[in-house]
Ligand binder design. Structure first.
Ligand code: NAP
Length: 353
């Protein structure tokens, strides 16, 4: 059995769900996978930070209703978020980055990843910012320090996309993809098919917790654009930045457009896509499109996500599943940690009997 010490950066929905999985599942992971996780540090803007080299009781972490600065009351705790000290000095093998996504420069998450990799610690993250905006630098830093930088959850939460395409579809000749990569906009379009206007459908998505108070990143396509950057660079060898991708959201689609499409055998979807052109350039875009009903993405409803890979040897291969959710996204972090475990590259992992 190998025990990995982990440090949680951010203690919101996703990292709290990971702590819950640790509390519930360590015994099963030990039996099935030969690994256990030990939380040695947590830092969060609201709760403060705590370092405990022998480990923090995961059950206590998830069950306690901490107030602002509440980690200050724990042994080894501080009411402040001491991110740099936690990342550089806590005795963690793996740093788990799950703070907020900054779509402009990826900070401060890029610095969080950099500090960890410089210190020879693996990084797993669900944060699109560092992956879309700084992955070349961070991958090179990881390689120089003999550790791994993994980010399966950055595109479709726990639904396997990046590792599946890179590993399971290796050699199949992926030359493009198209995807429904934002559950909120897909939900809104579905409700508009049921006759609701755009504004009412967005309100319903907000009341169900699918959409933020400011829904623009979802419905204007900016969230999808970051995911297209990640997939195009990861799977097609691109060097794209968000500014290279034309981006149009769904706010211009009307109920009349949707009704006309339905009469003609089509359905509107917000599609993020990229493909390699004949001259080798990568053409990528985010736009609402009318799909024929037999298209692999036409039947993907509600808040579900899907990606259809275009491959030379298999034709279209489509993966469908949740694109959000606390536990679902925490599972993506677990899958990254399992990848590190299976690669056997835990620089400072502890072997136990
Ligand atoms: N939830 C999902 O379904 C999902 C799916 C895929 C990817 N993701 C990504 O995963 C990441 C985490 O998501 P989440 O749902 O857990 O978000 P969340 O609930 O908003 O949690 C983020 C936590 O990080 C804290 N934080 C923000 N900036 C920080 C900083 N500089 N230092 C320390 N802590 C900081 C926040 O504190 P404050 O609240 O005080 O700001 C909050 O407690 C995000 O990047 C998100 O885009 C989430």
């Amino acid at each position: 059995m190998t025990q990995y010490n982990i440090a949680l950066i951010g203690f919101g929905g996703v990292n709290r769900a990971l702590a819950q999985l640790v509390a519930d599942s360590n015994e099963r992971w030990d039996a099935e996978l030969g690994l256990r996780l030990n939380i040695v540090a947590v830092t969060d803007l609201y709760f403060g930070s705590v370092i405990s080299p022998n480990g923090i009781d995961a059950r206590m972490l998830v069950d306690t209703n901490f107030a602002k600065g509440g980690f200050g009351q724990l042994s080894g705790g501080s009411a402040e978020a001491c991110n740099e000290r936690v990342i550089r000095h806590a005795p963690a093998d793996i740093v788990v980055e799950a703070t907020f996504t900054n779509p402009v420069d990826g900070e401060p998450a890029v610095s969080h990843c950099r500090w960890a990799l410089e210190r020879g610690k693996h990084v797993v993250t669900t944060n699109k910012g560092p992956v879309a905006l700084a992955s070349d630098e961070l991958k090179a830093l990881a390689a120089r320090n003999g550790v791994m930088f993994e980010y399966e959850g950055a595109v479709m939460s726990g639904t396997p996309v990046i590792r599946m395409a890179r590993k399971t579809l290796a050699g199949a000749g992926i030359y493009g993809f198209e995807g429904i990569l934002n559950g909120t906009s897909n939900f809104v379009l579905g409700r508009m098919e049921g006759g609701l206007g755009f504004a009412d459908a967005v309100k319903e998505a907000q009341s169900l917790g699918y959409a933020e108070a400011d829904p623009s990143a979802d419905v204007e396509g900016h969230d999808v654009r970051l995911k297209v950057v990640i997939l195009a660079n990861e799977l097609l060898g691109g060097k794209l930045a968000p500014k290279d991708i034309a981006c149009e959201g769904i706010s211009g689609v009307t109920v009349a457009d949707i009704e006309t499409a339905a009469q003609e055998g089509y359905r509107w979807k917000l599609i993020g896509s990229a493909s390699v052109a004949e001259d080798g350039r990568i053409e990528a875009r985010v736009a609402p499109r009318r799909l024929p009903l037999d298209h692999p993405l036409a039947g993907v409803g509600g808040a579900t996500n899907a990606v259809s890979f275009k491959t030379g040897l298999l034709g279209a291969v489509t993966v469908t599943g949740p694109g959000a959710g606390r536990i679902e996204t925490a599972y993506a972090l677990l899958s990254d940690i399992i990848a590190i475990h299976q690669a056997g590259s835990g620089a400072s992992k502890k072997e136990a009997a």
